[in-house]
Design a protein around this ligand. Structure first.
Ligand code: ADP
Length: 313
């Protein structure tokens, strides 16, 4: 109740699939804008918003980084809705920049700058045992100064306890790694790294790289583009609960030559990094920390300075 009273709710900013976002102002200093995100409680789910959820999300308030949307406050309302008070970021998201091919032009240096900000945010979370689990262009908001900010930790939670089973039904389908599609219950930061790889690919081709319409189709697209997961390239994969792959044709693991065509504009080092994020076996996939040590960041061209990044008008 006290948290709620710190803010004055203003006009609606937008509506998503499971939340309505309002502009808000700090009562003590109305020049300070915030975004208040009210999560719609789905009444059909009996568990609704448990006090647990509030506690779990509250610890995200400690997660402070230049490339992570700041969470100022969390509270539940009388009618059992969950409200997140967030940093106000009205300049849209990366998906809008990628899709606006008519007005927004960008190149390899810009992609490197955006990817650097994304990778720093993700490594920061993973170092603190926090998985984001829903990384996609639409969850990367652009700040007024051009800084890219990872948003929507609605699904994030600590993975500090590796034996606590986690639900496999997370991450928007196109960005979902094969281990989740196969129903793995114990997973790692590798799930986010896969999603980061797909954001990278999408930045280059300006289209979703693996846009499956169903889970079965998603697995089919992964097999065709990156290789069919088998015991040879991923020991243990066939024992995952929902392991199924198209058997009419077994695709070999994609090699460098398969990536150079579509993604060559980011250079050989860029292609190398992309390939390492899209390794089928999560144990062999590069970690977010290792991504930051990759040679691509130091190869030409250097990343664009944030104030010079392309923006929408
Ligand atoms: P979605 O991710 O499906 O777009 P969200 O619930 O995350 O849905 O957000 C709904 C809309 O609210 C967004 O499209 C955006 O216009 C706006 N919005 C979300 N977060 C912020 C924020 N931190 N600052 C300003 N506007 C925001």
């Amino acid at each position: 109740e006290e948290e709620k009273n710190k803010y004055i709710r203003g006009k609606e900013l937008g509506e998503g699939t499971y939340a309505v976002v309002y502009e808000g102002r700090l009562r003590a200093d109305p020049t300070q804008l915030v975004a208040i995100k009210k999560i719609k409680v789905q009444k059909e789910y009996s568990d609704g918003i448990a006090p647990d959820a509030v506690r779990e999300i509250k610890f995200l308030q400690e997660l402070r980084h230049a490339n992570i949307v700041r969470l100022h406050s969390v509270y539940s309302t009388r009618d059992q809705n969950l409200c997140l008070v967030l940093e106000h970021l009205p300049r849209g998201d990366l998906e809008m920049l990628i899709r606006d091919t008519a007005a927004v032009r960008y190149g390899a240096a810009d992609i490197k700058a955006w990817m650097g900000m994304l990778c720093r945010a993700v490594a920061f979370c993973h170092d603190r045992a926090v998985l984001h689990r829903d990384i996609k262009p639409n969850n990367l908001l652009v700040a007024a100064d051009g800084e890219l900010k990872l948003a929507d930790f609605g699904l994030a939670r600590s993975c500090a306890d590796p034996y606590r089973p986690m639900t496999a039904n997370v991450i928007t389908r196109w960005y979902r790694p094969p281990e989740l599609l196969f129903g793995a219950r114990h997973y790692t930061g590798g799930v986010d790294v896969w999603s980061v790889g797909l954001v990278f690919a999408e930045l280059v081709i300006r289209n979703p790289y693996l846009p499956g319409n169903t889970e079965v189709e998603q697995i089919g697209l992964i097999c065709r583009a990156l290789g069919t997961p088998t015991e040879d390239n991923w020991p243990g994969v066939t024992r995952l609960d929902s392991y199924t792959v198209p058997t009419d044709r077994i695709y070999p693991v994609a090699g460098r030559e398969n990536f150079l065509g579509p993604f060559g504009t980011v250079g050989t080092e860029g292609v190398d990094l992309l390939m390492k994020t899209l390794v089928l076996d999560p144990r062999r996939r590069i970690t977010s920390r290792a991504m930051l040590g990759h040679a691509w960041w130091h190869a030409d061209p250097r990343p664009t300075a944030i104030q010079n990044l392309p923006r929408r008008n």
